[in-house]
Design a protein. Structure first.
Length: 207
């Protein structure tokens, strides 16, 4: 499976990797759901990381490898993805501007196989857009609640008594909680100018 992360900065990408490692450590059984949620439930930003993982243990090992090695990569090595991490199915990239390539719906199912997972991961960090749902057909994994985007800005929280007047976690089903978290994260990113209108509409259509 292919784990994909993206952020507006390298520091944000590392923070996401750390958060994902912590989540997978606590929920190793969710590896397929995590991969799917990252693929279809997150905006695709300019700094990118993709990891081909056989299972949770493999994913955790490679996340750790990236976290420990990232600081040693030059900007050029990080941006082009031409670095030693490629040899262990870890790919990095920096998309400059808005230039991307869209994978045709016909080619995607043939490419998204175990043998070609590295090619998928490599193309993602170079800016290729995938319709990930084509990989799963009618048997799509459930989305799960993942750590939110690590905003590099100060956030302000409402007092707890004000929050509970409209949101009571005890009265939410698991499905409602996942949906609520998805939209809450989306709203946060809009308010902080992290997402443009087109990206928001794309995410809502996917949902």
């Amino acid at each position: 499976m292919v784990l994909v992360l993206s952020a507006k900065t390298r520091r944000g990408l590392v923070s996401q990797a750390i958060n994902l490692r912590q989540h997978l450590s606590s929920h190793p059984e969710q590896i397929e759901e995590v991969a799917y949620t990252l693929q279809v439930g997150r905006a695709e930003l300019s700094y990118r990381l993709s990891i081909v993982a056989m299972d949770s243990a493999d994913g955790l090992s490679k996340l750790t490898r990236f976290i420990e090695s990232e600081a040693a990569l030059s900007d050029a090595d990080f941006s082009t993805g031409a670095n030693e991490l490629n040899h262990v199915s870890i790919f990095t990239g920096h998309i400059k501007g808005s230039k991307t390539e869209k994978m045709s719906n016909e080619a995607l199912p043939k490419l998204l196989t175990l043998d070609n997972a590295n090619r998928v991961a490599e193309r993602f960090v170079k800016g290729v857009k995938f319709n990930w749902n084509l990989l799963y057909g009618g048997a799509r994994p459930n989305r799960v609640v993942l750590p939110g985007y690590p905003f590099e800005q100060q956030r302000y929280w409402l007092p707890k008594d004000q929050v509970t007047t409209w949101y009571d976690a005890d009265n939410f089903s698991n499905e409602q909680f996942v949906e609520h978290s998805f939209y809450e994260n989306l709203l946060d990113r809009v308010l902080l100018d992290d997402l443009d209108t087109e990206t928001v509409l794309q995410l809502l259509r996917k949902d």
